[in-house]
Design a protein around this ligand. Sequence first.
Ligand SMILES: [Zn+2]
Length: 486
Amino acid sequence: MHPAVLTCLIALGLLMLVITIKTLLFKRQIPVIDKTITAYPKVNDAVKHLREIIGFKTVSNADSAKTNWQEFLNLHKWLQETYPATHSRLEKIIISDYTLIYHWKGSDPTRKPVLYTAHQDVVPVGDIEKWIHNPYSGDISEDGFLWGRGSLDIKIQMIAILETIEFQLLQGYSPQRGIYLCFGHDEEVGGKLGAAKAAEYFRNQGVSFSFLIDEGGAVTNNMISGLKKPFAAIGVGEKGYLDVELSCTQKGGHSSMPPAETALGLIARAIAKLEKTQFPLKLTKVPREMFKNLGPFMPLHYRIILANLWFFKPLFLLLMAGNGAPNAMIRTTTAPTMASGSQAPNVLAARAAATINLRLLTGTSSNQAIARIRRVIRDKRIELKTLLVNEPSEISPMDTVQYRILSETILQVFPDSVVSPYLMLGGTDAIKYQDICENIFRFCPMHVHSSELDRIHSYNERISLKNIENAVIFFSQLFVNIDNKL
Ligand SMILES: [Zn+2]
């Protein structure tokens, strides 16, 4: 045998050996946790209250003149009647007229407080004819679901938090650590007057938090193909958001004698370039951590790849790039969403424009993204204008006692699940608090099939009675765990 061939064979053998060993060692220790569940409020009360709160049509609108504010005020009155202990014992602060903060003072002022947050507002119901049950009915169907706008997003979280607080107050509990609740009124339209102003209030008061929980990932089956266990996803960060308008001004006029290049044609060409030259694939910290956590519970071929990312990373990224959510986790995405040209079929557009919606990956600023768009389009006739921007969020640390307490609480309520951080593709109110809290976590204590999540912001939103129970148990347990272990 030629020495070069022999060397190659030895190298290949060694490579196989390392890959095999790494795959065999690719395991994850499931922490042993205390399975005792603390006392929790009556689930029937939570069900009743969720039905009632769904009845308030707290639809937020980007144009605040179009919002029916009376519905919010009615909701506040109902809260006062439904949670009397909370309203008599906790300090209530109103922000921007409709956002509610409650403060339960802790016995130990040296400990930083915690913040439980959710939002009161919901998105519009759309075509009501498409709903099987009236979206504001809170109907309970025989198969064990409670129907209505906000049932999953996210009035359940508000109810579960309030049931917990009311219950603990009535039990005579006295927390060591201060507790704040904050229920925003405009999360669905950007949170600028709600969470953003609430955060400003806390900053002005010199209040910062040791732990914050907001809506976010849930416990899902079939979200990650091949994963054998339910995946409990803790959102530890959010992608950024950027709307850019591309526009082009050319000579308009009659379309019977068109020039070789038209404004609309140039815009179309720019969009085609952007679609062809996507942002690069990048395995950032959170998705990497996620696959490290989930990998050991995936089929062998995934385990081989994930245990050996040092070798297979390019292949892994290519595999991920093909499909929706995984692709969105590993790159800044580019989506052309709106376009305009002339107003008539036989008139050339004097100005054509298109809006591109980008979701910025951790580590990619809006300025970097815009500079790249310019490079890809490479056409001075196309003007760029930033319409709306939210930079990517900070990433909450995952090696802290706060993260551990949260993940252990999740395992107490969802013992079969595998808990892992993940990167949220959409936005939440939580990002507004990132300069007054390092440990921000986005999690919804519900075990749902991914098809149930498709109903959020769509028709026939509903929550199972089992998940109402899960939410109540989870927040009661979290409340006690945080106060005792943090
Ligand atoms: Zn929401």
